[in-house]
Write a protein that binds this ligand. Sequence first.
Ligand code: MGD
Ligand code: MGD
Ligand code: SF4
Ligand code: MO
Length: 671
Amino acid sequence: MLTTSHRSVCPYDCPDTCGLLVSVAEGCAVSVAGDPAHPVTRGLLCSKMKHYEQTVHSPRRLKTPLIRCGVKGEGKFEPISWEDAIKLICSRWQELITRYGAECILPYSYAGTMGLVQRNSGHPFFHKLGASRLERTICSPAKDAGWKAIMGDTPAMQPNEIGESDLVILWGINAAATSIHAMRDAQEARRRGARVWAIDTYRTPTCEAVDEAFIVTPGGDGALALGMLHVIERDGLLDNAFIAANVSGFEELSAQILPDCTPELMSALCGLPPEIIERMACEYAAARAPFIRLGSGLTRYGNGAMTVRTISCLPAVIGAWTKPGGGIFIGTSTGAAFPLQRVTREDFMTEPTRLVSMNQLGDALTELDAPRVMSLYVYHSNPAAIAPDQNAVIRGLEREDLFTVVHERFMTDTARYADIVLPATSSLEQADLFRCYGGYHAQRCDAVIAPIGESKSNWDVFRSLAVGMGWNHPFFRQSASDLIEQLVTYDTAWRDASTTEQLRQGVPVLLNLPTDPKRIWLTASGRIEIKNEREAEPLPRPLPTHAATDGFPLRLQPATTPYALNSSFYERDDLRTRQACMHLLMNRSDAELRGLADEQAVIAANDRGQVTFTLRISEQVPAGTVVTEGVWWREFIAGERGVNALTSQRLTDGGRGSTLYDVTVEVRAAE
Ligand SMILES: Nc1nc2c(c(=O)[nH]1)N[C@H]1C(S)=C(S)[C@@H](COP(=O)(O)OP(=O)(O)OC[C@H]3O[C@@H](n4cnc5c(=O)[nH]c(N)nc54)[C@H](O)[C@@H]3O)O[C@H]1N2
Ligand SMILES: Nc1nc2c(c(=O)[nH]1)N[C@H]1C(S)=C(S)[C@@H](COP(=O)(O)OP(=O)(O)OC[C@H]3O[C@@H](n4cnc5c(=O)[nH]c(N)nc54)[C@H](O)[C@@H]3O)O[C@H]1N2
Ligand code: SF4
Ligand SMILES: [Mo]
């Protein structure tokens, strides 16, 4: 049997954007390995992608378009042809547009694939249609908002400086699960003598792999950082020369805020004893080159942006930015590296249409008016599982008068509510161009196998829909490869011309940073702005979370698992069995207080919903917090609802992000 090897790229929403080597025999992907030549991957793949071929060739893959023949949500469908499916969708949309206007159509997509073309390929179509626009803010826009408030447009430092640090802080990041290459880097630094800390809300696998773990109250990190700033100033550990030359607003912070941020006062908010806050401050300030790798966990709260902004003051006041290996890494945004507007085509909109937050899909489908949402088109996202306030989302999806189309690889919770399901290709069946958000590289790839069944890529479906709508615009006659070619041939400050050929050949390319991220502060004043008058809150200060006043006694952490990525990978029996079932981790003292036993069925409830879990008594979680990992598909859980029946549609303080981790519940035995 002839086996050929092909380069590809991991398409999932993960900071590392790994290079893959895919072996193909008789038209099938037979194995997948990490590319040893890829700068981040260096041969190491996560447990999810080691057998990606099992996802690609899963017997669960959707192979033909389907039309609903049961009640909504029941999951009963019959096959139809692509031609009929496209005709049906377009004629239904034309009727709805005539009756309600095009804004009654709402696209919903996120990050099933991160490729620049396939991910964004609905934009030109929906812009031309005049549909409502989706505000894609479910992940961590509060992180960007918090960074921007103090650092402006300053790009992130190089993540590999971690190797030169003597104190690495993994803050609100479960690197062992979500960023395995950052974890490897931290461990390499540790072997070279650096100390590594983790700051989390429960003892994750990351906490087990570091020198010291600090367990904080959910949403309490801003208070921790303020307590550290208080100590650093009080004890004269500031880098006054760096502050004088580079920072504005520290005097005001020092005069107006820090006096009230003693370790004693901040201890009550962050849950760490005052002496630990003191020690963390002193060791942080004494380190030669402390490197903070900031995750997204701590951003999904009503105070998330403020938390990031406050933590970002730390390297500024001790001058960590001047040392190789010192600073804070929040993730790269390389949006300007490729001319994305050539794909998204905002110019196809005659006027800006209504923006609907993806975090408030429940309200959008049940309450929004003028016009009411009459059709939902979902592609590469699974909102029935991943969006907050699942009960509201499902009430919307159950509406008989809502025309729902879902383009998917699998029969997800969302696809079950569709009127029409369209089968989607996997990343091995489509061409794309990727840039990563955990570093500064980019890579393009071609399809390495033919589409499974009749599946089509996002871009190809939108081309068909454009034809179905009777549009003649040449833009929609292009192939995905034509679009990629336009992206890679356009010169930007981030790339020199020599990279175009490398990209064409599918090899990973390193992008250039147009400015020095550790010297040139791209803010309005040209300084690091601890005080920022343009913000609603001009200075960092302790802000409460939303759930602090909700009145339920236990904080719920919907956390990540190494064996899934959001709701992706639940098609894989091998990975799902590693997770066993949808557990709720609880401290023994909380279980005893409620008379609950290990492995018992329990119900966690709050004002929004109730969810059945299997209890796991665990010393991983502190008293007062309960944790569940993964975003399970309904078909694999005991009850009717997943964890997001407990989360809320409230938004973050900056960036209009989701507050998926800002939740409280009570837990009782299931009857
Ligand atoms: N295996 C796996 N990998 C993934 C994902 C996945 O689901 N599984 N998801 C992908 C996506 S979309 C994203 S955005 C990234 C996210 O990756 P990360 O940035 O690691 O974010 P999370 O895993 O959401 O949260 C990180 C940690 O923050 C902790 N945390 C929660 N609240 C707080 C808090 O208030 N303070 C502190 N200090 N810690 C807190 C959580 O317990 C968790 O251990 O990972 C990506 N990679
Ligand atoms: N409780 C809880 N909720 C969460 C999170 C959490 O940690 N806990 N994480 C949140 C975060 S950080 C994020 S980013 C969001 C992520 O939310 P989503 O972006 O919706 O992510 P997934 O759940 O991975 O669903 C992606 C879907 O896209 C499909 N897909 C993959 N490739 C393609 C393709 O090329 N075309 C099409 N049409 N479909 C494709 C996959 O089969 C999969 O069903 O979820 C959020 N929700
Ligand atoms: S999910 Fe992340 S770590 Fe795993 S292969 Fe993809 S990019 Fe690499
Ligand atoms: Mo995310």
